[in-house]
Design a protein around this ligand. Structure first.
Ligand code: CO
Length: 134
């Protein structure tokens, strides 16, 4: 069902510090910060040859990553995202196996303008897992 690793998202408290670390210490190619108020985060993409890393910094009140950063004050891996061809078919197959889909169970338009769903971390090795239809 799953295809390529689309991205790994890392929640950070300080986007500028995160960018400096990846740019200076790791020599990574890093994009400009993009506020995404509808998702409650500001995002920077680290472009790697085979995938992306996304830094997520909380934006505004009720950011979906605020609680995660309370529990992980140094930041940390927030979710992984895998590509699927057909997100509704993937969802139905997963639900039939008892996996929990977060929210109302319907795909939302994610940070890349494509339909996404999130799967409950307790069903996937303690890791919040995003599916993106590409
Ligand atoms: Co994501």
């Amino acid at each position: 069902m799953i295809g390529r690793l689309n991205h790994v998202a890392i929640a950070v408290r300080d986007l500028n510090a995160a960018v400096a670390t990846y740019r200076n210490a790791l020599g990574a190619k890093v994009t400009e910060a993009t506020p995404q108020p509808e998702h409650g985060v500001t995002v920077v993409f680290v472009e790697l040859p085979n995938t992306k890393i996304e830094f997520l910094e909380p934006l505004g009140e009720n950011s979906p990553i605020a609680k995660f950063l309370e529990r992980n004050p140094d930041g940390g891996i927030h979710h992984v995202c895998y590509e699927v061809d057909d997100i509704l078919a993937a969802r139905d197959q997963l639900k039939a196996q008892g996996a929990r889909v977060l929210g109302d169970g319907n795909p939302k338009i994610g940070a890349h303008g494509k339909p996404v769903l999130f799967l409950h971390p307790k069903d996937f090795l303690g890791t919040l897992t995003e599916l993106e239809q590409v």
